[in-house]
Design a binder for this molecule. Structure first.
Ligand code: ATP
Ligand code: MG
Length: 428
């Protein structure tokens, strides 16, 4: 096909699908605002440096997947691959910490990663995320997890699993690192290439390798839990106890890690065992007590998550019909100069009264316009020809009922409430 195509790894969300997106956004908005989260909108591009420091150069995202370019002023710019770095940058730059102990933020929008596109994996995709910045209390961890579960459950998705872990603090991890390297060394040749490269640089990340053989090897690896300080241990237990108290089921998974120093303590993922194939993680999150400081702010604990909306919507489409779009009240048919001029005004007047109105702009024969009216799903059709224009009247056709009556145009405005009621009856 000739003509310009959308860029590889991007998708158009067409009007027939957008109802799912609006539904997710409205459920999230309601649930998050009930918990005092406020929306933040940050730019979709930032200095490259922000992501290099904020996500870490050892990660796949920064190492392989960033959309980075020089702008006309020779500045290195990156399209945001995730939302946390930008939110934390804004938190620091706009001194949100001066506004109170805990800042609860949420965001949604497009993210960009140069990856191999496949089902549930795109180059432009969307996330919904939250950040609770300022509290080190395990209750903050539990609050963010509970909110993710609430959103997913309210959308009707309850066939999901919560995997939970703690990666301790940087001291715990320094000790654990040694133990892990000692365990993995004898298996070095059997590890996948990525993992071999990580052995010295970032051995914790080997734990979440997707390679079957590596997976087998790490099953029996020493667990970070055995290297926790009493404080780390206690926090991990508190999170688990409070989840249990809230009736939230979880599975402990010692292989769930985030390998960077500013990730601390709790880490979790919400996974769909069926429906998503290999890309089955819907939500990932955790605590990042070192990030605000790493990006130049005051030492500030924080915890958050991000949901991948494409994956969520794949699941929703399997589970439910989209919320139906609100039906159209009137389809407006007109032909002839005077009739068309009056129809334009009538449409405007009806919309101001709160009705939904589709105005036929084709100028084609009445028969063709009426066929379109039938297909439009409108409850009623208004027909204006020259005769109606001359007498300031209009033919009102109740499409589903097959009834027709002649009314004055003025009635539509003065008796709007009556017509609203009749539309509701005709639909019932
Ligand atoms: P994955 O292991 O699938 O690559 P990730 O660890 O890179 O995920 P995060 O950075 O934690 O993912 O992002 C949170 C969520 O965003 C993921 O769980 C997923 O649902 C979604 N996500 C991440 N990358 C993509 C992508 N390229 N396309 C669509 N959704 C994505
Ligand atoms: Mg990824």
């Amino acid at each position: 096909m000739s003509g310009i195509q959308a860029i590889k790894g991007t998708r158009d969300i067409l009007p027939d699908e957008v109802g799912y997106w609006q539904w997710v956004e409205s459920v999230a908005r309601t649930i998050l605002s009930r918990a005092a989260y406020r929306e933040i909108r940050t730019p979709i591009f930032e200095q490259t440096d922000l992501f290099e420091r904020g996500i870490g150069e050892a990660t796949d995202v920064v190492g392989k997947e960033m959309y980075t370019f020089l702008d006309k002023g020779d500045r290195s710019i990156t399209l945001r691959p995730e939302g946390t770095a930008g939110a934390v940058r804004a938190y620091i730059q706009r001194s949100l910490y001066a506004q109170g102990e805990t800042q609860r933020l949420w965001y949604t929008g497009p993210m960009f990663r140069y990856e191999q596109p496949q089902e549930g994996r795109q180059r432009q995709f969307h996330q919904l995320g939250i950040e609770s910045i300022g509290s080190a209390d395990p209750r903050a961890d539990v609050e963010v997890i509970a909110l993710a579960i609430d959103i997913l459950k309210t959308l009707g998705l309850d066939n999901l699993r919560l995997d939970l872990n703690s990666v301790g603090d940087p001291d715990d991890r320094r000790q654990y690192r040694e133990a892990l390297i000692n365990y993995l060394m004898p298996y070095q040749a059997d590890l996948d290439t990525d993992s071999q490269n990580r052995l010295e640089r970032n051995p914790l990340r080997i734990l979440d390798s997707k390679d079957p053989k590596t997976k087998q090897i790490v099953q029996d690896a020493p667990k970070i839990w055995d290297h926790f300080s009493p404080d780390s241990q206690q926090r991990f237990e508190q999170v688990q106890q409070q989840l249990t108290d809230l009736g939230i089921a979880y599975r402990l998974n010692h292989c769930l890690v985030r390998g960077l120093d500013y990730y601390t303590h709790m880490a979790f993922e919400i996974i769909a065992d069926t429906g998503l194939g290999a890309q089955n993680t819907v939500c990932g999150g955790g605590r990042y007590d070192g990030l605000v400081k790493e990006l130049g702010g005051p030492q500030t604990p924080a915890v958050g998550w991000a949901i991948g909306l494409e994956r969520l919507i794949i699941l929703l489409r399997q589970a439910t019909e989209a919320a139906p779009a609100a039906p159209l009240d009137f389809y407006l048919v007109s032909r002839g100069d005077r009739a068309e001029a009056q129809a334009t005004q009538l449409a405007q007047m009806l919309r101001h009264q709160g009705f939904s109105v589709e105005l036929d702009l084709s100028g084609s024969a009445f028969g063709k316009q009426l066929k379109r009216a039938d297909r439009s799903g409108a409850t009623a059709c208004l027909v204006l020809g020259d005769a109606e224009a001359d007498s300031q009247t209009v033919q009102l056709k109740w499409l589903a009922l097959g009834q027709q009556e002649k009314i004055t145009q003025a009635d539509l405005s003065t008796k709007a409430d009556e017509f609203r009621e009749r539309i509701a009856q005709a639909r019932a």
